[in-house]
Design a protein around this ligand. Structure first.
Ligand code: ADP
Length: 191
């Protein structure tokens, strides 16, 4: 199943390159500097250059580095998407946690909240602009090493929760770059 309906909206899972998507807005897994970097961040800046970087520089000059879990919106520059929403995912650091019976190795509550916040804040910014469609990459699961299965559950739950309210956003795409990521997200939506 690569599609699920939530109220008046739907979540769609695709394999592909987020810079090629014909949607109103795409989300960038940025870093706090907002100056571009590797992975999806580099790909988005290259495809939208130079307007995206120019707006990012203005944002940083005004409000400083972007904290983890927060989001800002810029033009899409030369991209097909009108807007790019830049958000900073947490850098994964595992901890041992006990639920009285089992020890588990996973992200801390704080990191889970920060990752969830990336999705919620991005959706809020998109909705403020009245966008109908938004595409997300798998935030934090590349250079920031968040385990895919855990990140996918947090991402899908955040989007599902957001779509329970009245919103302009009708289509939410997860654009996954490889088979492992695609399978993790399709699995997460079964929960
Ligand atoms: P982070 O620093 O948040 O971990 P990365 O860019 O390193 O961000 O990785 C996030 C995810 O984006 C990874 O799953 C990676 O495979 C994926 N990715 C990289 N390039 C693209 C792209 N062009 N489109 C969609 N996803 C991409």
């Amino acid at each position: 199943m690569n599609e699920v309906e939530i109220g008046q909206s739907k979540i769609v899972f695709l394999k592909g390159d987020i810079t090629k998507q014909q949607v109103d807005s795409i989300v960038n897994a940025a870093n706090s500097s907002l100056m571009g970097g590797g992975g999806v961040d580099g790909a988005i800046h290259r495809a939208g250059w130079p307007a995206i970087l120019e707006e990012c520089k203005k944002i940083v000059a005004k409000q400083g580095r972007l904290p983890t879990g927060q989001a800002v919106i810029t033009t899409g520059g030369k991209l097909l998407a009108k807007y790019v929403i830049h958000t900073v995912g947490p850098i994964y650091k595992s901890i041992r946690e006990s639920d009285d019976q089992n020890w588990m190795i996973r992200g801390s509550e704080n990191q889970r909240e920060q990752l969830r916040s990336c999705y919620i804040k991005s959706l809020e910014l998109a909705a403020e602009k009245g966008v109908k469609s938004i595409a997300f990459p798998s935030i934090s699961t590349g250079a920031y090493r968040y385990p895919l299965s855990e990140a996918a559950l947090i991402a899908v739950q955040a989007v599902k929760d957001f779509l329970k309210q009245e919103t302009s956003i009708k289509d939410v795409y997860f654009v996954l770059f490889n088979d492992a990521a695609y399978e993790a997200y399709v699995e997460a939506v079964r929960h």
